[in-house]
Structure formats: C-alpha cells, structure tokens
Design a protein around this ligand. Structure first.
Ligand code: 5RP
Length: 248
C-alpha cells in the first residue's frame, strides 16, 4: 500500500476538514461526504461509469449529479450495481446503462465494509455484492470510497456477507461452522436477485484470495462478499485529517 497523499476534495470537503479541526465529533456521514466528493476527481469525463451501492455511494451519486449540473462533467451514463443506486441515478436524470451493453468500464466507484492494506475488501453490507462484483469485473480500476473506520489490518471483524441459493442454506451454515464461522441468515432480506444472505461471524481472513477461491467452490454459494480478485486499486479514506489516498 502506498499512501499517495492527502487532499480536501473541494470547498465542501474543505469545510469538513475545518470542522474536523475544531469539532472532535466529525460524524461518519461527514467523513463519507468527504470521500464522495473526492471521488469526482477519479471520474473520467465522457465515459460510462460503474457505480456501486451504499450510503457512501448515495452521497457520491449526489455529488456526481451536482458536478454534471454545473457543466463540469460529461457523463454518458452509469452501469448500476443495484436497484437502490439505479433509482437514485435516475432521480438525478443520469442515464442507467445495462451491464450487458458495455464491454469495459474505465472506472468503478464503490464503498466497502472493510478494506485491508492490500486493497482486499469485505462488501455486501447493503446486500448488493453479486451485482457489485459483476460491475467491478467489467472495470479496469476499482476506486473504493470509505470512512477511516473501514481500514483494518485483517479482514473479518465485519461479518462476511455471502449470497446463497435458499435450498443450500442449512448445509452452508454447517460448512461454515466446520471452518469456525457462525453463519447467520440476514433476517427479512432478499437480494435484488431474490436470494438470501448469510452473514458469517468469527472468520479471521488472513488470506482473502485463498478464502474467496475456496468459497467460490462451495455448491449453493452465489457470491462471497470477499473482493480479493476484484480488489481496489485506489482507496479514498475519510479521516479527521482529510481524505487519505491509498494506492495498492
Ligand atoms: C453494499 C456494499 C457497500 O459498499 C458497503 O456495505 C458499504 O456501505 P456504506 O457506504 O453504507 O458504509 O458493499 O452491498
């Protein structure tokens, strides 16, 4: 990991940093707003963009729309990773392009539940992990936007989301128990693809790529919320000192 620098990402973000210096209680949402704004610098003008899902991405979509409205960015459209983001993009008048209509994307911007010092992530807290991985797979560059609490030395404190086929749920709970994981069905949640989610507690994920590769072999798993193959190339991290740019 290279710490490429610190920035304040525009006037609103600068105001946030000034607040950070004077206010000991800068909220997680304010840190998310800082990185959402900073991510605009990574959006190539004139290209279709990949857009993730979550509260940080919601703020990013709002910032994107404001930049387009100001005439400072030309965006032909976005490939969305969820119904939630699709609705928000459309509300702002941003065209949503089907994933199947593009061969490659230059950039994909998304949040994370955890990220380690090599750009590996846990994702899926918003239940959009499968479509997120599909869109990330189309992209040359994954730009992760996250508040500083998401940076961890080892993945796994945040329960690992796994999208599964319903009939395999009990046997997958047992299989996770056999490797020391406590898999809990996420109550009342089905993904945009109509599948349940297991949140797996208690895994210390010291080798994310090996674990992702192994779990991808388990029958009944649709998508594991480990993004090691599709890790971030850049992470914009919101901290009390401003936006820290990590390059992996
Ligand atoms: C959704 C995700 C999100 O990127 C992740 O949950 C982070 O969300 P937030 O920006 O709300 O903290 O993976 O499936």
């Amino acid at each position: 990991m290279i710490v490429a620098g610190w920035s304040c990402g525009g006037p609103e973000a600068a105001a946030g940093i000034i607040r950070a210096m004077t206010t000991p209680t800068l909220t997680q949402d304010q840190l998310k707003a800082l990185v959402a704004d900073a991510a605009l610098a990574h959006v190539p003008s004139g290209q279709v963009l990949g857009v993730g899902t979550g509260s940080t991405v919601d703020l990013f979509i709002d910032a994107l729309a404001a930049r387009i409205a100001a005439g400072a960015l030309q965006l032909p459209g976005a490939v969305s990773s969820s119904e939630r983001s699709t609705q928000r993009l459309r509300r702002h008048g941003i065209a949503v392009v089907e994933a199947g209509a593009v061969e490659r994307l230059g950039v994909y911007v998304d949040g994370a539940d955890e990220i380690d010092g090599r750009g590996h992530m846990i994702k899926g807290g918003g239940a959009a992990l499968t479509r997120e991985k599909i869109v990330a797979d189309l992209a040359d560059r994954f730009v992760c936007i996250a508040d500083g609490s998401k940076l961890v030395p080892v993945l796994g404190r945040y329960p690992l989301p796994v999208e599964v086929v319903a009939m395999a749920l009990p046997q997958l709970v047992r299989r996770f128990a056999a490797i020391g994981g406590r898999a809990v069905p996420r109550a009342g949640v089905l993904t945009d693809n109509g599948h349940p989610i297991l949140d797996v507690h208690g895994l210390a994920i010291t080798d994310p790529l090996a674990m992702e590769t192994e779990l991808n072999q388990w029958p009944g798993i649709v998508t594991v919320g480990l993004f090691a193959r599709h890790r971030a190339q850049v992470c914009l991290l919101g901290t009390l000192q401003g936006v820290q740019t990590l390059v992996f």
